[in-house]
Design a protein around this ligand. Structure first.
Ligand code: NAD
Ligand code: TDX
Length: 335
């Protein structure tokens, strides 16, 4: 299988590249990524010379560059991870979210049809469903009710995929996952920000009252769900993915401090995120029943392992925090 993945230098995309090269010997991967601030080729150094892998630096909204790629290679499937992914940034600068997350998806969808690529997988998020009260779960039939510019852009892309399935017979599937944690996550997101700040003895900024709830899943389990959707998903269907693992933010940050043996005095309550969704919780029974997917990590050991990864990979996160990682592409590819 010749697989095009977009956004493979980011957190989830790079974990997907590692997993697929390790476990699916029949797959050749092309990773197209424009290397925004979140794209980091240092996530992929251990596999960059693998003959089944190649990297192309290009923007998914650039129709000409994308068409060249589709015309030159005979892709069997596209998995679209590429996105602007941070809710806080979407609140201060929505425009790039609409461009990458909606127009980028449209460019890829058109080329998927034109070049008769067999399958398109859109990596979406539970945030498209909006916010839950203290009870209840998101199911695939829950109406889309996104609240932030980020989640609106993701919901728009989902609706485009559905429209292309309905109108043009595109073979498309959508996955909607809860919050991921694990190696290579950019330290602007809650878990790596808190781990690395604690290691630097810096304040840990908890938004509002810290009682917002997120449902955490190990990134490798998300990647396995994406592979299941790619291989076995039914055309036109969306699949929720989650770990049945709800945590209040404050409890989670305290747990991290405990693992790191750092004092709770580092906790700092700061101004809340505008429009902050209160609770997300996924009912993942459809993907379990229909595609046989189940999480393999339990959270206690997954979280401990993740903390250990950041401890062992201090150079990686220090180069991200200092901005030094951005010179790696120039050294390796831009000679
Ligand atoms: P990330 O921000 O770490 O990575 C995004 C990648 O996309 C980066 O490598 C970036 O350079 C690339 N990119 C951005 N704009 C691009 C463009 N115009 N052209 C080409 N490449 C571009 O994000 P992530 O956390 O790995 O998320 C990946 C996908 O999963 C996103 O679609 C996100 O919405 C979705 N998702 C994330 C989570 C989570 O918890 N992180 C949960 C559910 C769904
Ligand atoms: O400094 C912080 N303090 C804080 O209290 C940060 C960065 C976050 N938070 C809170 C906000 C959220 O309630 O922690 C929770 C998690 O925040 P993020 O890591 O920013 O994730 P979230 O907004 O939930 O969105 C994530 O999950 C769904 C990803 O970033 C999205 O890409 C994905 O779609």
């Amino acid at each position: 299988m010749n697989l095009l993945i977009t956004g493979g230098a980011g957190f989830i995309g790079s974990n997907f590249v590692h997993l697929i090269l390790k476990e699916q010997s029949g797959v050749n991967l092309v990773n197209v990524d424009s290397l925004t601030y979140c794209g980091n080729l240092e996530n992929l150094t251990s596999i960059e010379d693998n003959p089944r892998y190649s990297f192309v630096k290009a923007d998914i909204t650039d129709n000409e560059a994308m068409e060249k790629l589709f015309a030159e290679r005979n892709f069997d499937a596209v998995v679209n991870f590429a996105a602007e992914s941070h809710v806080d940034r979407s609140i201060t600068d929505p425009a790039i979210f609409l461009k990458t997350n909606i127009i980028g998806a449209q460019v890829l969808l058109d080329l998927t049809l034109k070049y008769k690529v067999k399958r398109f997988v859109q990596i979406s998020t539970d945030e498209v469903y909006g916010s839950l009260p203290e009870t209840g779960f998101f199911v695939e039939e829950t109406p889309l009710a996104p609240n932030s510019p980020y989640s609106v852009s993701k919901a728009s892309a989902d609706m485009l995929v559905s429209a292309y399935v309905h109108t043009y017979d595109l073979d498309g599937v959508i996955t909607r996952c809860s919050n991921n944690y694990g190696p290579y996550q950019f330290p602007e997101k809650l878990i790596p920000l808190m781990i690395t700040n604690a290691l630097e003895d810096k304040p840990l900024p908890v938004y509002g009252d810290g009682m917002n709830v997120r449902d955490w899943l190990h990134v490798e389990d998300h990647c396995r769900a994406v592979w299941a959707a790619l291989e076995k998903g039914e055309t036109g269907e969306a699949y929720n993915v989650g770990g049945s693992n709800e945590w209040h933010n404050l409890a989670l940050v305290k747990e991290l401090l405990k693992i790191l043996e750092k004092p709770e005095s580092l906790l700092t309550f700061v101004k809340d995120r505008p429009g902050h969704d209160r609770r997300y919780a996924i009912d993942a029974s459809k993907i379990t029943n229909k595609l046989g997917w189940e999480p393999t990590y339990d959270f206690a050991s997954g979280l401990r392992q993740t903390v250990e990864w950041y401890l062992e990979n201090e150079t990686w996160w220090r180069r991200v925090k200092s901005g030094a990682y951005q010179s790696y592409y120039k050294q390796q590819y831009d000679l």
